[in-house]
Design a protein around this ligand. Structure first.
Ligand SMILES: Cc1ncc(COP(=O)(O)O)c(C=O)c1O
Length: 365
């Protein structure tokens, strides 16, 4: 049966490289000649550990150049679980049991609301008054030198707002929710106390979170923290305290290999830079499409834009879908269009989208 694989701009779970899907299809029934799939073997078997789990961890370490003094954990949760795990594990790092949070969109907002249940949370900066489209002036930043950590969301998936430099702090550990940008550009892991990311954007299917934690940060969990909410549990058991999401780990490993074969993070970063630049140029060179985000903070992963009317936004999404350009509808909280162009979106997909946008403008502009 022939079919047309669409260019899928979904914000998450997001598109997966076609070659990876083909590999999975190939390996599904008879993985490495074992007569079963990788999902049907024990997570404690040598096969799983040596051929799936350890290579995935090692390849992630290689890709991000993760120093030896960091733990790499695979946690079977959604990303939102981290909004509770982070304060439960790290508020105790300092006697004040407080933390600084930057509020730059829906996801950092959710992290703040959850953290407030456990301790003293200082919102050191909020761009809510600017509808999360512009950064505040530096004198509005209210950092607390007694904070146990500073939490921020480098890429706000819904608002298409991305930090391109690491925020200043009073020398407190930085914790970043990198769900929608991990592996898209080089990062200096040693600048962070902890990085976490759900896998459903740049690392495969949903249901798995990767945490990279500096060794000095572990072991401070609040005494009543449930076992599976303590990072120490994952550290002590090598992320195998309970049956993990073996399919998710296998898929993550395939994605890491795909990225390494492509030339690693420096290579994908160049492609991502080109893809987003083209799309923003197409928006900026037209008076029909409009992106509201301050230029220095525009996201390379989630490009949002508006047409002149809501009706045109809706028509655009519908006609795009008829042309195999799918999942372009903006998040319900802000409307408009959102093109998520993560690592797995081929450059050709962005070119086809731009051609479609130009054609649509000619027709309705
Ligand atoms: C930056 C960011 N953080 C957290 C989440 C929540 O992820 P989950 O649905 O896995 O809890 C998302 C989901 O899109 C996100 O984009």
């Amino acid at each position: 049966m022939t079919f047309h694989r669409a260019y899928n701009f979904c914000a998450g779970p997001a598109t997966i490289p076609e070659v990876v899907l083909e590999r999975v299809r190939e390996e599904l029934l008879n993985w490495k000649g074992r007569g079963s799939s990788f999902m049907e073997i024990s997570h404690r078997s040598t096969d799983f550990l040596k051929l799936v789990f350890e290579p995935a961890r090692e390849n992630l370490k290689k890709l991000l150049n993760i120093p030896e003094d960091y733990h790499i954990l695979f946690i079977t949760t959604g990303t939102s679980h981290q909004f509770a795990m982070v304060p439960l594990n790290f508020l105790n790092l300092k006697p004040h049991k407080s933390a600084d949070y930057l509020h730059t969109g829906v996801w950092s907002g959710k992290a703040i609301n959850e953290a407030k249940r456990y301790g003293n949370i200082n919102v050191a900066l909020s761009t809510e008054n600017n509808r999360f489209t512009k950064m505040c002036s530096p004198n509005e930043l209210k950092l607390d030198s007694n904070a146990s950590y500073l939490h921020y969301t480098p890429n706000e998936t819904i608002h298409g707002f991305q930090f391109h430099t690491i925020p200043e702090t009073h020398n407190v550990p930085i914790i970043a929710d990198m769900s929608s940008e991990i592996l898209s550009r080089p990062i200096e892991v040693s600048r962070y106390g902890m990085i976490y990311a759900g896998t459903q954007k740049n690392i495969g299917p949903s249901g798995l979170t990767i945490a990279i934690i500096h060794k000095n940060m572990a072991g401070f969990a609040n005494a009543l923290t449930p076992t599976l909410y303590q990072y120490q549990t994952y550290i002590d058991s090598g992320s195998l305290y309970h049956t993990p999401n073996t399919f998710g780990i296998y898929m993550a490993g395939c994605i890491f290999e795909w990225l390494l074969n492509l030339g690693g993070i420096s290579e994908i970063a160049k492609i991502n830079q080109r893809k987003s630049q083209k799309l923003y140029d197409a928006i900026d060179h037209s008076s029909f499409y409009r992106n509201p985000v301050q230029k220095e903070f525009r996201s390379q992963m989630n490009v949002i834009y508006y047409l002149p009317t809501v009706e045109l936004d809706q028509l655009f999404v519908k006609e795009a879908q008829n042309n195999h350009l799918i999942n372009l509808k903006g998040h319900k909280s802000i409307g408009g269009i959102r093109a998520s162009i993560y690592n797995a979106m081929p450059e050709k997909g962005v070119d086809v989208l731009i051609e479609f946008m130009q054609e649509f403008e000619r027709k309705y502009g």
